[in-house]
Write a protein that binds this ligand. Structure first.
Ligand SMILES: C[S@@+](CC[C@H](N)C(=O)[O-])C[C@H]1O[C@@H](n2cnc3c(N)ncnc32)[C@H](O)[C@@H]1O
Length: 304
């Protein structure tokens, strides 16, 4: 009898614990549960991918940076001195350079911005050059290069990406990051040819086609072109810019080679308050005429 009472009491305690833990789950807001799961996944640090026998990174199609990779912005003197906010992750450029070029190859960036491609490709023993429409970006690159890299600054040019500063077939790899079709002006260029000034998606795509046709001219046969950019939500409409670009690339007679997805934040950063809006399903909350995906696409094409 006494044993039965003990067992019953124990059973009741276990049942109560179950109910209370179910209640906890029920009342934990969805976004916090997602955050906690992500934290648990994060427990095993995701390392920089290993290189295969040919020195190329072994990769999946989804790239999620580690905190250490993101902190490169602040720890590499050339990158740390940048004030421009529309820059590309250094580790992303590094992977693309390793995947699609060899030491001694010419790597070209027609939209240099803060010069991430110039620096990372140079550090990997590639020949480097490029251009930007905004002369202030070029001044900033030259100044930081002299101060943090070398007194000899690579030759870089002021000009439109639809006219690249190189011989026909000279480039093994072109890496570029288009301004997003967002209406946001990171480069602050007043020049009308700036892609940041395109007010319609048709205008944006027409300019993209001119740039890809020019890239066809500049690339050697078998050379690659990588574009790192995102899709945008603007004034109530979602623009799948990267999908539209696929047909532009084909119109320029280039072959689509691959597509990667790059997370712009670490798993750890998913808990940061600024990103809550991305976890909310109601995107309108974050909408001030423009919204951001938290990933960007990397579209890789090849000249046949
Ligand atoms: C997204 S940023 C590039 C970021 C760069 N990858 C970095 O890491 O800093 C785009 C750049 O393209 C430049 N740009 C915009 N339209 C251009 C055009 N038609 N020709 C050349 N550069 C252009 C802007 O001045 C800006 O510096």
């Amino acid at each position: 009898m006494a044993l039965a009472a003990i067992l019953k009491a124990r059973h009741t305690r276990v049942a109560l614990r179950k109910v209370s833990s179910m209640r906890e789950q029920t009342f934990t807001p969805v976004k916090h549960r997602l955050r906690d799961n992500v934290r648990a996944m994060r427990a095993s640090e995701i390392e920089e991918p290993a290189l295969n026998d040919n020195g190329r990174p072994i990769l999946t199609s989804m790239w999620i940076p580690t905190n250490a990779q993101v902190q490169e912005y602040n720890q590499t003197p050339f990158h740390a001195a940048v004030t421009f906010t529309g820059r590309t992750f250094p580790h992303v450029i590094r992977k693309l350079v390793l995947l699609y070029s060899d030491a001694g190859d010419l790597v070209y960036d027609p939209m240099l911005g803060s010069g991430t491609t110039l620096y990372e490709a140079f550090m990997l023993g590639r020949r480097v050059t490029g251009a930007d429409l905004n002369p202030h970006q070029l001044d900033s690159i030259r100044e930081r290069w002299r101060q943090h890299v070398n007194p000899d600054v690579p030759v870089i040019h002021n000009g439109d990406a639809s006219s690249m500063f190189c011989e026909d077939g000279a480039c093994s790899l072109i890496i570029m990051s288009f301004p997003w079709y967002s209406g946001w002006r990171f480069g602050e260029s007043k020049d009308n040819s700036s892609m940041e000034n395109r007010q319609t998606i048709e205008g944006f795509m027409a300019q993209s086609l001119r740039i890809y046709k020019e890239a066809y001219r500049a690339l050697k046969s078998g050379g690659y072109i990588c574009n790192i950019l995102g899709n945008t939500y603007r004034e109530g409409t979602y623009y799948p810019v990267t999908m539209k670009l696929m047909s532009i690339i084909e119109q320029a007679k280039l072959t689509l080679h691959y597509q990667f997805w790059n997370s712009r934040i670490t798993l750890e950063n998913l808990r940061e308050p600024w990103n809550r809006s991305a976890l909310d399903t109601n995107i309108k909350k974050a909408d001030h005429g423009c919204g951001w995906d938290i990933h960007e696409d990397i579209i890789v094409a090849r000249k046949p």
